[in-house]
Write a protein that binds this ligand. Structure first.
Ligand code: SF4
Length: 400
């Protein structure tokens, strides 16, 4: 099995990434929010220029796939018309900030001013003296005084709460530093980013992550380190109600493009993109209609919530097999409570952590079967075919 290719950058709308099924165009909604016009415009653009599906990513972005080089200018024009395009690829890449998507349901005192902090970070990152950070380096703003919903979301510098206190924490450090207010949080987060670059956190290849830098022995200076633990992490977020808003998912995080505008029309206070591969409808109306849609996931018990599969073949050039059709078929026989991950190669993009059962492709419709592990881990069985899996679903149980 050849080693999977690791890319050190993420696609954008101005700098799309080539894939086996055309260009991948990633849109980063500002503040993780889509207005009514933006949701309709993005959905229509995906239908006109892409493959008709909008992928929800684990960094609260939205992706259009299957875009041809010829269609790209028209797609970008459509995105610009609804203010979903930055001026330059650099500006787009810098806006790598994930915000707590539940902050706007009640607008009450539980939440710090996330918008002000995100705007402050964006302004600071755009200043001339700021070092160029790695493509995947990102910020998380998760300052709910009760709990941390974004504890499992990838990020290098985190602005969080410790009950009534606001703290800033370098990812990988257990404790953060208390700050007086939102402005001080932004200033400290930017100082930590400068320290990261100045202390050798960025490799010769331009890559680098904070947790790896700290694990490698780098030590935050006293002025940037703290002694305060963040709030406890929340349970994983599932489809359903959160604080009066409704989280809605779709199989494999792939939202039919026509549903984006349809959903925003059913949210009184807007649609937020979450890093949980779901959208959050702020004060929804017509929940019964949404549940009856058929192509959306609104219940945490839906077995498709426990099935993960990457793009696979033919969309990903590294894929050794198709994946999503296999995962969809196997979902029907998946033992209750078990998590299944079908991966097109050992990289395991769709589910980086361990799963109860992982099938890693080694050839078209042939997989290594791994129990309680990741896509690149040692398999319990080699060369399992889809025919064997479909005819003997007990292959996925412990006893076989
Ligand atoms: S895990 Fe899937 S999407 Fe990721 S590189 Fe491998 S085949 Fe491609």
């Amino acid at each position: 099995m050849s080693d999977p290719l690791i890319r050190g950058w993420c696609p954008g709308a101005l700098r799309p990434m080539a894939a086996g099924d055309g260009l991948v165009v990633r849109v980063r909604p500002r503040m993780g929010r889509l207005s009514r016009a933006q949701a309709h415009g993005l959905g229509d653009a995906a239908l006109a220029h892409g493959n008709g599906v909008i992928e929800m990513t684990s960094r609260a972005n939205l992706q259009i796939r299957g875009v041809s080089e010829a269609a790209l200018p028209a797609l970008q024009a459509d995105l610009r018309a609804v203010d979903l395009l930055d001026d330059t690829p650099e500006a787009e890449a810098r806006r790598n900030i994930v915000l707590n998507p539940f902050r706007n349901v009640t607008r009450d005192a539980w939440f710090r001013d996330h918008e002000a902090m995100a705007q402050g970070l964006a302004r600071g990152l755009a200043t001339a003296g700021m070092p160029r950070l790695p493509g995947k380096f990102g910020f998380v703003v998760d300052a709910d005084v009760r709990i941390r919903y974004l504890a499992g979301v990838s990020g290098d510098i985190r602005i969080e709460s410790a009950w009534d206190d606001l703290i800033v924490r370098a990812d990988g450090a257990e404790l953060g530093r208390r700050v007086a207010d939102e402005g001080a949080a932004v200033a400290l987060a930017l100082d930590i980013a400068r320290w990261f670059a100045a202390s050798g956190g960025i490799g010769a290849d331009g890559r680098g992550r904070m947790h790896r830098h700290l694990a490698g022995g780098a030590r935050l200076p006293d002025g940037l380190a703290g002694d305060t633990a963040p709030n406890p992490p929340a349970q994983p977020v599932h489809p359903g109600y959160y604080g009066g808003g409704l989280c809605v998912g779709a199989a494999f995080g792939q939202l039919p493009a026509h549903r984006l505008g349809w959903l925003v029309d059913r949210a009184q206070r807007g649609l937020f993109v979450t890093p949980f591969r779901m959208v959050h409808l702020c004060l929804p109306v017509g929940a019964a209609e949404i549940r009856a849609a058929g192509d959306l996931i609104t219940a945490s018990q839906d077995p498709m919530r426990r099935v993960f599969a990457c793009t696979g073949a033919p969309g990903c050039p590294q894929a050794l097999s198709a994946t999503r059709n296999v995962a969809t078929a196997l979902a029907r026989t998946l033992p209750a409570g078990k998590v299944l991950h079908v991966s097109g190669c050992a990289k395991g993009c769709a589910h980086p952590g361990p799963a109860d059962i992982t099938l890693t492709a080694t050839a078209p419709y042939r997989f290594s079967l791994i129990r309680h592990g990741r896509a690149g881990d040692a398999p319990a069985r080699h060369g399992v075919t889809t025919a064997q899996l479909f005819m003997s679903p007990d292959l996925m149980t412990e006893s076989t």
